[in-house]
Design a protein around this ligand. Structure first.
Ligand SMILES: [Zn+2]
Length: 240
């Protein structure tokens, strides 16, 4: 069990990685991590906030599931995101959803608006991404600000049990057991969207890889793959 401060640092790191990969711009987008049955850590805003790319561990605050301060002073000078229901409803829907990333990746939004579904168009290029796409990346068709529990539940219903949902004209929500997994899933969906747009721009058409190829696209396992991939993401972050 890691300390609360270590968890704050991990969520802040996740925010910076997502921004460094172009999955969020400016001040919009947030990550969260469930702490227990009543509390979560979430990226908050403050008057000294310089944007998601510059998230500090101190920007990650402990709150209750109903948006109140999780301890004394936790919300002094900090504002909980309007879209907190995205995090809370995603966590309540499945105890395996400990980490939630809500991001606004332009390539994913553009691909969806262009009518392109996220499909397994490649294989060994990015096996975790291909497998994620094979299982489906559903779309929540409303472009609304998800600021009520009812809208949060509507988005979760649209996820249909999958780890990532695209919010049309808005962004994505990625849920996983850990912060690195939630962010890496988002990076994979963004890579699929970018490649899809690139193929289309080159005049090509998109089609799923052959069914026969799946036998030789093994699940690399989260411990092996996520560990190495996350080290890379952290290493390529701009120096503080
Ligand atoms: Zn949003």
């Amino acid at each position: 069990m890691t300390s609360l401060d270590e968890q704050r640092a991990l969520v802040a790191q996740g925010c910076r990685v997502a921004a460094a990969r172009g999955l969020v711009d400016g001040v919009l987008g947030h990550l969260s991590l469930r702490v227990d049955d009543e509390h979560l850590l979430v990226r908050c805003r403050s008057d000294t906030d310089a944007g998601v790319a510059f998230t500090r561990p101190s920007d990650i605050r402990l709150i209750t599931f109903d948006g109140g301060a999780g301890a004394d002073d936790e919300l002094d000078g900090y504002r909980v995101p309007n879209e907190l229901p995205i995090h809370v409803e995603t966590m309540l829907a499945d105890p395996a959803h400990r980490a939630v990333a809500h991001l606004h990746p332009p390539a994913v939004v553009a691909a969806d608006l262009a009518g392109i579904a996220i499909r397994p168009i490649y294989g060994a290029y990015d096996i975790p991404g291909a497998r994620l796409a094979r299982g489906g990346v559903p779309v929540y068709e409303r472009a609304v600000l998800i600021r009520t529990p009812a809208l949060g539940r509507q988005m979760v219903a649209a996820m249909r049990g999958r780890p990532v949902v695209i919010c049309r004209g808005h962004g994505i929500t990625s849920a996983a057991a850990t912060v690195p997994q939630a962010v890496l899933q988002a990076i994979s969906v963004d890579a699929l969207a970018r490649m899809s747009l690139r193929v289309k721009a080159a005049g090509g058409s998109l089609r799923d890889i052959d069914d026969a190829d799946w036998d030789d696209l093994p699940d690399l396992g989260p411990s092996l793959h996520t560990g190495a991939a996350w080290r890379h993401e952290v290493a390529r972050l701009p120096a503080d």
